[in-house]
Design a protein around this ligand. Structure first.
Ligand code: NDP
Length: 243
């Protein structure tokens, strides 16, 4: 049997790139999305059944066009991983409001955009899975993370709401909520104080590191369950992470 199409947003680095590697090794056809397509093209993957498109997840039209193009080649999408995200740390008293908007646009509206594109087909087929990459910051607070926490609490809330709405149609909505990991995520923060606080926090926990491959394994685990079983949420963090 031919394996169905998997779509991964934010596939150019970090967790998304690790998921792409895992599903590629398992033989799934993939649509890999990010703005930096050169970074995806440089990943050590077998590109024979991979479509790569440069898409900003805040642009729903472009996202829909890419997904429909891939469906035309590989058939209906059976798994969408809404992974693209941005974390711009800062104190609410000083942070540029444009950074709040960017986080809410990408982390919340980007997830809704992707969901709205694939969900009607999944509901009609009574088959399909959406896995949203939230964060432990979607369940609890962290200093200097106010807008990021707001965005990830948003992901938790919308995921559980949509899960309830489509559960009767045999469609799975699930979440992975990782703790701090070694990716490029922190690299976009411009607030030097927030960066040094984060570095000191990590140092206090022995320089903790969660390898992205373990987040990819959590995604695999959710998807590999029978369609009748929904692992609704996996929280995963380095053992030494105290919060
Ligand atoms: P990275 O910065 O390594 O990856 C983020 C990915 O998102 C990149 O591929 C980037 O691609 C993509 N992206 C960002 N903005 C957009 C956009 N507007 N449109 C399309 N793609 C976009 O970080 P991670 O791998 O760590 O992040 C993945 C997810 O995991 C995020 O949702 C993040 O919030 C979450 N997370 C991360 C944690 C961590 O400590 N690393 C902990 C908990 C959750 P490009 O720039 O090429 O568009």
């Amino acid at each position: 049997m031919t394996k169905p199409l998997i779509v991964i947003t934010g596939a150019s680095s970090g967790f998304g790139a690790a998921m792409a590697a895992s599903f590629n090794q398992q033989g799934y056809p993939l649509l890999l999305l990010a703005r930096r397509t050169d970074r995806i093209a440089a990943l050590p993957l077998d590109f024979s059944r991979i479509m790569v498109r440069g898409v900003d997840v805040t642009d729903q039209k472009a996202l829909a066009a890419a997904i429909h193009e891939a469906e035309g080649v590989y058939g209906p999408v059976d798994l969408l991983v809404n992974n693209a995200g941005v974390m711009l740390l800062g104190n609410v008293m000083t942070q540029d409001p444009q950074q709040w908007r960017q986080m809410l646009d990408v982390n919340v509206l980007g997830v809704l955009n992707g969901t709205q594109i694939v969900l009607p087909g999944m509901v009609a087929r009574e088959h399909g899975t959406i896995i949203n990459i939230s964060s432990l910051a979607g369940k609890k607070t962290f200093v200097n993370h106010a807008a990021y926490v707001a965005s990830k609490f948003g992901v938790h809330g919308l995921s559980e709401t949509i899960r309830e709405e489509v559960s009767g149609k045999n469609v799975r909505i699930a979440m992975v909520a990782p703790g701090a990991a070694e990716t490029e995520l922190l690299g976009h923060t411009t607030d030097a104080g927030a960066l040094s606080d984060y570095a000191a926090w990590k140092e206090s926990m022995g320089g903790l590191t969660l390898d992205p491959k373990h987040v990819a394994e959590a995604v695999d685990f959710i998807y590999a369950m029978p369609q009748s079983v929904n692992v609704r949420e996996i929280d995963i963090a380095a053992t030494r992470q105290d919060s």
